[in-house]
Design a protein around this ligand. Sequence first.
Ligand code: CA
Length: 227
Amino acid sequence: MHAAHILVVEDDRSIGAALCNALQREGYAAELACTRQQASAAADRARFDLVVLDIGLPDGSGLDLLRRWRSGDRATPVVAVTARGGIEDRIKGLDAGADDYIAKPFEIRELMARVRAVLRRPGGALGELLALGNVELDTVRRRLRIGGHLENAPRREVAILETLMRQANIVVNRDTVMRAAYAADEHATQNALEANISRLRQRLMQGGAEVEIHTIRGVGYLLRESP
Ligand code: CA
């Protein structure tokens, strides 16, 4: 199983860095955003498995950001963090679409327990099980199964496949696939993407997948069931 990718949104850099370190020690991939704007940009360019979201941010409320994510169809689980532990804030946070809630000051190990619990939640309300042919992808646990058999696919390939499965039978623009597969600060090239797609194709073929990825030259990629 691959490391869950977690976005930490926290304007206090020392707290944010401590949270990222703690998450990394637990085996997660963690990224820090210090403003609402940074958080918004991060969530637009990469897929996260979970967001730890400080509500009090210098450039606006984390709740507004969360509401905006939820009114779009971003279902990424969110653990909201606030300085105030009042029942009103808690209710507002949950109403805005948070999956869990923790009030400052908190112990890092309590936050870790909440992160684990939210990530463990079965697909259900939060996660999605995408399926095409005999291929199944659990988008929360990042698990790929071909014909019921669990495949140990790298995160990037899973991200590519997820993007294509969400728009199966439709040509997906190359840039869209690129954005799903690479972080903005990664030096992604068309060749690198092609190499990843080609490894993914190989994996699908070897696993006996009843789906195929077609390259539509100059446009993008198309995933469909094998004829
Ligand atoms: Ca804050």
